[in-house]
Ligand binder design. Structure first.
Ligand SMILES: C[S@@+](CC[C@H](N)C(=O)[O-])C[C@H]1O[C@@H](n2cnc3c(N)ncnc32)[C@H](O)[C@@H]1O
Length: 211
């Protein structure tokens, strides 16, 4: 598993390596642009513009939302990624923090219309994911939504097929979303498959979630 220094080293080449895998339609980034575009449209289509981005990286998605007037908050643990994102979003509220330890205090003190996490939560174990998503859901404003875009599958069977097809390229350090598993903990969560290996998971603020 890459630590924050590993991501520091990847930062300069990150956008390029994502583009190549997306354009080739291969694991792990097949569907990347479609997913980011879909989340971009949904966030801008919602009524409020206060957005929290978890693991914002170089700011590929959030900087576009920022340019459209969103009030952007975010947490990432890579110093280098933060420097690159800050250049694109000088007035955003970007913090360094490890999500395996939760969120930094200033981010816990706000409520958000949209919480987004693209290609970042697969660095959490399944147990950590459930705990973290519960924490995030408590930070949504009434009617807000969480959008997770990531390597994700409907079923374990589909994950296993992708793993076989990817062969040596499969990254055993990353823990991908399997909807049939997550749905047991978040019955209201919706999953839309967007490519052979990725999709969008949506969780809307609901009375059920607040119980
Ligand atoms: C694959 S990049 C995704 C970046 C961006 N969201 C995108 O869609 O292009 C994953 C990001 O998550 C961050 N990250 C990974 N593990 C993290 C952790 N434990 N705490 C905070 N950030 C983390 C990395 O620094 C990196 O910026």
């Amino acid at each position: 598993m890459l630590n924050n220094k590993g991501f520091d080293l990847w930062a300069d080449n990150y956008d390029k390596s994502v583009d190549i895998s997306d354009e080739e339609g291969t694991y792990p980034f097949a569907g990347y642009k479609i997913i980011l575009n879909e989340i971009y449209n949904r966030v801008l289509g919602s009524s409020g513009k206060k957005v929290l981005d978890i693991g914002f990286g170089t700011g590929t998605l959030t900087s576009k939302l920022y340019e459209q007037g969103c009030d952007v908050f975010g947490q990432d643990f890579s110093e280098k990624m933060i420097i690159m994102a800050k250049k694109k979003m000088p007035n955003a509220h970007l913090f360094q923090g490890d999500m395996t330890e939760g969120l930094v205090i200033p981010l816990l003190q706000e409520k958000y219309d949209s919480i987004i996490a693209t290609y970042s939560l697969h660095h959490l174990t399944n147990e950590q994911k459930i705990k973290f998503i519960r924490l995030l859901s408590g930070l949504l404003k009434d009617g807000g939504s969480i959008y997770i875009g990531d390597v994700a599958f409907s079923t374990w069977e589909e994950l296993e097929k992708c793993k076989r097809d990817a062969g040596d390229n499969w990254d055993d350090d990353e823990i991908y979303f399997v909807y049939e598993e997550l749905n047991k903990y978040f019955p209201d969560m919706v999953f839309e498959q967007m490519s052979c290996c990725a999709g969008v998971l949506t969780l809307r603020d609901s009375l059920e979630m607040k119980k």
